[in-house]
Design a protein around this ligand. Structure first.
Ligand SMILES: Nc1ncnc2c1ncn2[C@@H]1O[C@H](COP(=O)(O)OP(=O)(O)OP(=O)(O)O)[C@@H](O)[C@H]1O
Ligand SMILES: [Mg+2]
Length: 237
């Protein structure tokens, strides 16, 4: 493990050790897990400042960790003999992956690792996700560079998009469709904020590796005010 990862894990170990597998999957297929109350309660219990969740991950904010959020995969993994249960699968990005096939945080960390190793010039387009450890109940824990949601920020910024950026984005969508789900407004924001050749390489990466599900809720803004992708594990049910 890198020093940073060990240090981060040691900072939250006391909290995340209280996350049990049963918090992350729903044996009875009971919709509680997809209710805010469930997560608010857990966040409270862990003394987390805030919590957010999506289809396959839950994210915690801790006040003493300013630069990162803690990401935990939901374990949509159920016994086959129980009907109606959703079984997450295909999370594995690489077939030799060390992560479980329900672990969408693992897929994200794996994709980031590939970027860092083979496409370092594209790293700036992604909020970095790292595996940081396994808690005492065998739950894998990840950290991701903290970003903010795009929503509050975009009205002002979208009005500043130049027609050059917009034209480039339109051309991309006309030629390739919505790359990974990115629409022309978001693509034009990328062109507005980064070099054209870099954005082209980034979109090429998204398409080559079939990164999907890039709806606007999965786009964030980093500390430099630039838009980045914060959820790039895709989702394949
Ligand atoms: N790096 C980050 N910084 C800040 N917030 C984040 C970060 N990553 C995720 N989040 C927050 O946590 C929520 C859930 O994370 P994420 O989108 O990765 O999970 P998901 O379950 O895959 O979502 P989806 O429902 O889109 O598939 C995000 O919508 C966002 O609010
Ligand atoms: Mg998401």
């Amino acid at each position: 493990m890198f020093d940073m990862q060990e240090e981060l894990f040691s900072k939250i170990e006391y909290a995340v050790d209280f996350i049990y597998p049963s918090d992350l999957y729903d044996e009875d297929n009971n919709p509680d897990m997809y209710e805010d109350e469930h997560w608010d309660e857990l966040a409270n219990y862990l003394h987390a400042d805030d919590v957010a969740w999506g289809a396959s991950k839950v994210v915690f904010w801790f006040s003493h960790i300013k630069d990162y959020v803690i990401k935990v995969p939901l374990m949509g993994y159920y016994e086959d003999d129980v009907e109606d249960h959703i079984k997450f699968r295909n999370a594995k990005f690489d077939s030799n992956s060390k992560y479980a096939d329900w672990d969408y945080c693992g897929a994200e960390a794996e994709i980031y690792n590939l970027i860092a190793e083979k496409y370092p010039e594209l790293a700036k387009f992604f909020a970095a996700t790292y595996f940081i450890g396994i808690n005492r109940h065998n739950v894998p824990i990840y950290a991701a560079k903290r970003v903010t949601k795009k929503y509050d920020w975009d009205i002002e910024n979208e009005s500043k998009i130049s027609s050059t950026s917009y034209t480039k984005a339109r051309k991309i969508v006309e030629t390739f469709g919505r790359c990974g789900g990115l629409d022309e407004n978001i693509i034009s924001l990328f062109y507005e904020q980064y070099d054209e050749t870099e954005v082209d390489a980034f979109l090429d990466f998204i398409m080559t590796y079939h990164i999907d599900d890039l709806h606007s809720g999965n786009i964030g803004v980093n500390e430099d005010g630039k838009i980045v992708i914060m959820d790039y594990s895709g989702f394949d049910s």
